[in-house]
Design a protein around this ligand. Sequence first.
Ligand SMILES: [Zn+2]
Ligand SMILES: [Zn+2]
Length: 261
Amino acid sequence: MAPPFRRVLGAELVVPALDTDRLGTFSGEVPRPDALVETALLKADMLFEAMPGLDCALASEGSYGPIDRVPLNPGGVELLAFVDRTRGIRHVETLPTHRTSWRLQRFAAGDPARLRALTEMGFPAFGVFVVCSSDMSQPIKGLATVEAVIEAMDREARRSEDGLAVLYSDMRAHKNPLRMKVLRAAGWKLARRLATLCPKCHAPGWGWIDSRRGLPCEACAAPTHWIDFEIDGCPVCGHAAARPRKDGRRTASRLSCRACR
Ligand SMILES: [Zn+2]
Ligand SMILES: [Zn+2]
């Protein structure tokens, strides 16, 4: 996060000593108190409690797993919450991604497929957790060697009611090089957004807030599900403005039209 904030905004980031695990963790023992956006903003607010002299806070939140529509393709989303309490800005930047090594699989003790699964998950560059399939309350973290993972898997499988151990990705950013890349990209996106000022009140954070669908069909001009225009907004004064599509299209393909198809 530091390079985009330094280069785009001339701002220095300070990392606080703060335990945010009570807001939910990637190993799954602490349930998420709320939706991702709220959790990210809550994390940022925790900084103000911890450091009362602070004006601005930045917090990140991520979620990875199987995508409902495509069960075999894992995906995820990174959120960055930025709060400036003097200017009254509460902005959450989101970055959906398919770039993830996220996996969750179950194995019996001694299953020869364990090793290949571990390699495919990128271990040890990428971290993994192991947990007993019938009692997921105590995941084993900090596994550093292949031997330690295999030993933990077999032990947890043997004590599980279904005889299986669960092997899954440790998605904490410092254990996941791919997630670090996605977070870096989200950092640039957020910094550039904060460098864009509202044309009306000049507050930072002007940018996209919504898309309107209904681009007219090229043949019959009926509204389609294609995006008609984008809406930019200000996080402080509420000013908003419509912006045409980036690709300059004024009509949608007849293939997307319910009336013409
Ligand atoms: Zn049509
Ligand atoms: Zn404004």
